[in-house]
Ligand binder design. Structure first.
Ligand SMILES: NC(=O)c1ccc[n+]([C@@H]2O[C@H](COP(=O)([O-])OP(=O)(O)OC[C@H]3O[C@@H](n4cnc5c(N)ncnc54)[C@H](OP(=O)(O)O)[C@@H]3O)[C@@H](O)[C@H]2O)c1
Length: 325
């Protein structure tokens, strides 16, 4: 097997594509032949030692992937050799093979595309948990999605539309906004060229969005919060814009009767596994009905991982990047 090894977490340049002995699964594990893996923002941080989880060195990055079960460890009951699965484990995906805990493998229905399977769990689960669970989004409400053309942003647009909401997509280029409209956004705001507060006001007849979905942070957070509707819910999803965490004057939630709502899907899944499983089932149903589908910018060969990292790091990705074997 081959894998991208991170022995020195100083950045992407230090990653090495190396041949290794194919491991045998231990108790509760399966060996997967990987077909596809997708890039998520934490993959960018983990190889720079900037992510909250710091795996022992050396490790293989790649948090989310899909493949075929090739060997079963002792005690694995619910999977079979030859079965296609999707998996999110934090590491291991940027390779030709990996060992995965069987309990983390989601069996895929026959014919489910491997690229979609590798690009689904993290972004759709995060955006569903954020909008439907944490914000209690209702049909007819207006949602503003910041960083709307990114991985979690595109998932948020589709989920908000599936829930019957009106969606204002905000992003940094006309190209990105065109994609957001193609997948369902009603209105686009280019925050690189337009005044965020003025355009939000015009798009909502002065009322403001009921829900704001923010995976970006930075200088956008305060003007966005100042624009929120009465009883609005501001979803704190991530801080893609900067290492500095934005701060908010505490009078702002008071003035709007609004809530600042934290979103941490990974811990939600660990603390509330049954609620998470029910949510994944609801998402699988929406996928089968064609209401949600990963937006895949492009599929690159696994060997081109460094190019994929460069595209994501320079804000050039629309939707998700997938690496395929
Ligand atoms: N809370 C949770 O449970 C959870 C779960 C998953 C992900 N997240 C977080 O959500 C954020 C987005 O993740 P993602 O996978 O959707 O990433 P992504 O695909 O790279 O999207 C991030 C978007 O942020 C915008 N952005 C603004 N400034 C940026 C900068 N300096 N560098 C990079 N992007 C910048 C870009 O859009 P424009 O160019 O249009 O501004 C980009 O499309 C990350 O912070 C991630 O850690 C949180």
């Amino acid at each position: 097997m081959h894998a991208w090894l991170c022995s020195d977490p100083s950045g992407v340049d230090a990653l090495e594509w190396k041949e290794q002995a194919t491991p045998q699964p231990g108790p509760g594990q399966v060996l997967l032949e990987l077909k596809a893996a997708s890039l998520n923002f934490p993959d960018l941080l983990i190889v720079q030692n900037k992510y909250q989880m710091k795996p022992p060195l050396p490790f293989v990055p790649g948090s989310e992937y899909a493949g075929v079960v090739r060997a079963l460890g002792e005690g694995v009951q619910h999977l079979q050799i030859g079965q296609a699965v999707a998996c999110l484990t934090g590491t291991g995906g940027f390779a030709t093979h990996t060992l995965a805990p069987a309990e983390r493998c989601l069996p895929l229905p026959p014919g489910f595309p491997m690229e979609d399977a590798a690009a689904f769990i993290m972004t759709y689960a995060t955006s569903y948990h954020a909008l439907i669970d944490r914000a209690q989004l209702k049909a007819g409400e207006t949602v503003l999605v910041l960083g709307a053309a990114g991985g979690v942003g595109t998932a948020a647009i589709q989920i908000a539309k599936a829930q019957g909401a009106r969606v204002i997509a905000a992003a940094s280029s006309e190209d990105k906004l065109a994609l957001c409209k193609k997948i369902g956004a009603d209105i686009g705001i280019n925050y690189a060229t337009q005044d965020l507060r003025e355009t939000i006001k015009a798009a909502t007849e002065g009322k403001g969005p009921d829900v704001i979905y923010d995976p970006v942070g930075g200088d956008l957070a305060e003007p966005a919060f100042r624009s929120i509707a009465w009883r609005g819910r501001y979803l704190v999803v991530g801080f893609a814009a900067s290492p500095t965490i934005p701060a908010l004057p505490m009078n702002l939630p008071l003035l709007k009767g609004a809530s600042l709502v934290g979103v941490f899907w990974g811990d939600f899944a660990r603390r509330e596994p049954q609620a998470n499983a029910a949510m994944m089932q609801a998402l699988a149903q929406w996928y089968a009905q064609g209401k949600v589908k990963p937006v895949i910018d492009r599929v690159l060969p696994m060997k081109d991982l460094k190019q994929a990292y460069a595209l994501m790091g320079s804000r050039q990705v629309k939707g998700k990047l997938v690496l395929a074997n």
